[in-house]
Design a protein around this ligand. Sequence first.
Ligand SMILES: O=C(O)CCC(=O)C(=O)O
Ligand SMILES: [Fe+2]
Length: 304
Amino acid sequence: MTLSDGELQDIIERYNCDGFAILRGVLDADLIDEACRHVAWLCEQYPDLRPEHLHHPLMRDDAFWVRLVTDARLLNIARAVLGPDLACFTAHYICKPAHDGHAVLWHQDGAYWNLEPMNALTLWVAIDRSGPDNGCLRMLPGTHRQPLLPILPRNDVPNMLASSMDVGAFDLANAVEIHLEPGDVSIHHSHIVHGSEANTSAYRRCGLDIGYIPTSTMISNEALYLDPILACGRPGPSQRYRPWPGFDEGKTIAFRGHETWNERAARHNAGFEPVAHRDEDPLHMTYRMMRRLTEGTVKTIPAE
Ligand SMILES: O=C(O)CCC(=O)C(=O)O
Ligand SMILES: [Fe+2]
């Protein structure tokens, strides 16, 4: 679906007013089918990992993942909010299985990120239908005007972030449930208070959560977020970007356009000086990210 300038303008107005906005029918059913196959493939590769934790290190050399987060329809939306030059610094499938999918307790995304300035957008792509029965996103409209509050460790209930914020000052009765069909997208501000409940239904609830920043935003905690990928436009003056990976059958799924992917990636990578990957094993890095959530040290730059 291509949005007209007027439609994009409406979306930005709603986003500025409420701190979030919903866009219907952004991605086509064939691409969503590929994303479903991708999630199934990742779950097979990493059977010991809960599917709420398919974090970006696992996707480091994964051409389909990069194809998905750089889809022109998604970048068009992110550009309308953040401007023409964009990097993607995180992307994560939060796949809540049927019956025992973990909650994501109330939080503000920016409280977990070391970005300077805090100019970022979260874009959430519905891979499955997402509603109140299977643990859809819930937003507190207008809370994007609040400052970032501290993260508090939480292990009293199973929850994906192992943490929450104090929502005592907020009226949770104002929460808006974000009902989405596969291929719909919601976007939200880095300060908005939001979360999602456990999935106790018979239906899986899977979404892809993508973090975009303008290339002028610096990531000061590289140990957690990897080097970002340049998504579109010009690279930032002192940012390091990793190259788009080539298509490698062992490291992703076969997807529409994979035959010509390597040419596209090579053209993109020729536009800047890519940095080499860190050596750390992706699964090890994922567990390290999860441990830092549990320990409440996501904002601390470790001495390593
Ligand atoms: O997928 C969820 O339930 C939570 C996602 C979330 O917190 C986010 O997209 O920022
Ligand atoms: Fe979030």
